[in-house]
Design a protein around this ligand. Structure first.
Ligand code: SF4
Length: 305
């Protein structure tokens, strides 16, 4: 069978968390029209870090989508990051690495005819002879519990398994950049506000790194779980059965992105006002080449690494 569906970690966990939200995203192909500012900033910082590790220079972040205060915060964050991690502790081998590999039925050893496993990792780094997945995150606050829920053991195992034909992964490096909560004072100039932000980013607490090591003994049970989820998805599609999980609507203190649509029982008015169509897994379609060409490195910034 051709045209297998690319199944991502995101899709797997969406289905497990709430089958209805899986349907909205992966069957109906819906996304909210309004993307939160926090997500936009996170996405821009990811792009800038990829450019930084690829070229040694920061990307251009002075774009219309961000206010001047947001732009200054991101500039100060990236400048502080360069200072904090120069010289870098690891060698970045690849950025924005996309992988795709078959999903295997553990009982028969046969490949799934319906799904392939796919995903994108922020980076592959090398320390000594060991390879690590690198995951960048921007966060409002970086506590131990935040780190613990950033990547589950399931995701580490899943990604490491599927990327192992390229690299034998030893673990994951979480690379967290904290968003400064400083507000511009009355009559404060751009320059003075930037200086205050930049000073804030001299605080080591604004950056956090943690290494988590992979347990290869759990590959078998992970493969079993993934296979079982694919069978549950196929059953749900055949029977058009995607129940709601009301316990998941406000997980992590944030409303589910499909909350308004779901609460309104799929009102057409809410649908047309708040949602638009977008192909699933668009993050895999936007290949790194495209992302990088969209970045115009700002050569006035410091060379890194
Ligand atoms: S609002 Fe709740 S029930 Fe509805 S899709 Fe989201 S998580 Fe599921």
């Amino acid at each position: 069978m051709t045209n297998k569906i690319a199944l991502t970690y995101s899709a797997l966990t969406k289905f497990q968390s709430c089958p209805r939200s899986y349907k909205y995203r992966y069957i109906d192909c819906l996304v909210p029209k309004r993307v939160s500012k926090a997500l936009q900033i996170g996405s821009k910082i990811h792009q800038c870090l990829a450019t930084l590790y690829d070229t040694g220079k920061m990307g251009n972040i002075t774009e219309n989508e961000f206010s001047m205060d947001e732009t200054l915060m991101m500039l100060a964050m990236l400048s502080g990051y360069v200072s904090r991690y120069t010289p870098e502790q690891f060698k970045m081998i690849e950025t924005e690495k996309v992988f795709k590999s078959p999903i295997i039925n553990p009982a028969t050893g046969h490949k799934s005819l319906s799904f392939d496993m796919s995903g994108r990792v922020d980076g592959i780094a090398k320390i000594g002879d060991n390879f690590y997945l690198v995951e960048h995150k921007t966060a409002s606050i970086a506590t131990q519990s935040y780190l613990e829920r950033m990547w589950s053991d399931f995701q580490i195992t899943l990604y490491s398994y599927h990327i192992q034909k390229h690299y034998k992964i030893k673990g994951v490096i979480y690379n967290v950049l904290v968003k400064a909560r400083l507000k511009r004072k009355r009559n404060e100039t751009d320059h003075t506000f930037y200086d205050r932000l930049r000073k804030k980013y001299d605080d080591p607490a604004m950056f956090l790194r943690e290494e988590i090591y992979l347990d290869r003994n759990v590959f078998d049970s992970m493969l079993r779980d993934v296979w079982d989820i694919t069978q549950a998805i196929l059953w749900a599609k055949r029977n058009n059965a995607f129940p709601k999980n009301l316990n998941h609507c406000y997980r992590w203190y944030r409303e589910c992105e499909y909350g308004p649509l779901c609460r309104s029982h799929d009102s057409t008015a809410v649908l047309s006002d708040g949602y638009e169509k977008q192909i699933p897994n668009i993050e895999l379609e936007e290949n790194d080449g495209n992302n990088k060409s969209a970045q115009k490195p700002d050569t006035s910034e410091n060379q890194l690494f």
